[in-house]
Design a protein around this ligand. Sequence first.
Ligand code: FAD
Length: 322
Amino acid sequence: MSDKLLVIGETRDGVLRNVTFEAIAAAKKIKPDGEIVGVLCGEDELEKQGQEMIYYGADRVVTLKNSTLKTYTSDGFGQAVMSVIDEESPYGIVMGHTAVGKDLTPKIAAKLESGLISDATDIEVDGDEVVFTRPIYSGKAFEKKTITSGLVFVTIRPNNIPALDRDGSRSGDIQAKDVDVTDLRMVIKDVIRKASEGVDLSEANVIVAGGRGVKSADGFKPLYELADVLGGAVGASRGACDADYCDYSLQIGQTGKVVTPDLYIAVGISGAIQHLAGMSNSKVIVAINKDPEANIFNVADYGIVGDLFEVVPMLIEEIKKI
Ligand code: FAD
């Protein structure tokens, strides 16, 4: 049996996403002595990014180049990645449970007629058995799963499996390949993005999230300031997004982003189950709410009962002194 694992890397604006390094660490956990082969898709050769994957633990990298791979499409990336899988016949495949990972991996699994364990938060190895932990029922419970035969195919939740330390002395082969991508049903001509500032929400270590209690778009300004002094990102409840206090791209929860930062500060958020689904696995949760009965306090490690318009400026002032 092959002991090779493919790690499908992900870039944004040419920069590798952190979850790529975490996926390499996950692959190492699955087969500590196995060969880790990084896979990158793009319009260019991505040699620099391939080298980074090697510094973080990949043994070699295959970069797949085609003008249609500038922007992600499941069809284009699917065809490109399938060509490497056919060639390498890996024991397993690991990718981040990101928007791209969630879209691409089921398609590949279906093509391969393989199973897929999605959204793993932990991996334990017991002899030949690899056990994956994943949240179920919107994070209210965890299940442990193992794959008894066939391809070990898994996506990992960002911010849960720590990346290995970067070792700039590591070396490995980076093979650039032109791939054929044919009969695409959709081609992305251009991506017009809303300007976004600061830290990427899904990879932030600190998140300050606002809810309906923040009362207005202006009310979010102190939250941005708090996020700024903590080096974090701003998120929101759906209540705040629905009320037009902020953009839906900030929504955290069952129908928004799932985040696992080291510190989550919930400001004026009641703690509806659909919100908890997106943040309850954060390492430390701080809740600021004027209602001592608010459900958010049931998942919080630290609770501040008070008016957010007084508490948040006080926090900013105190943190600035540190
Ligand atoms: P509220 O429930 O109105 O809470 C506001 C809180 O602010 C209250 O607890 C109040 O005490 C506090 N507050 C008010 N003023 C102050 C003040 N001055 N200082 C301090 N505290 C104050 N929600 C999500 O968040 N994410 C999702 O992905 C999501 N998906 C959903 C999917 C479905 C199918 C459905 C049905 C709902 C979904 N929801 C989701 C909505 C969810 O049920 C809640 O309605 C929503 O989370 C409530 O947002 P909120 O906590 O900001 O508002």
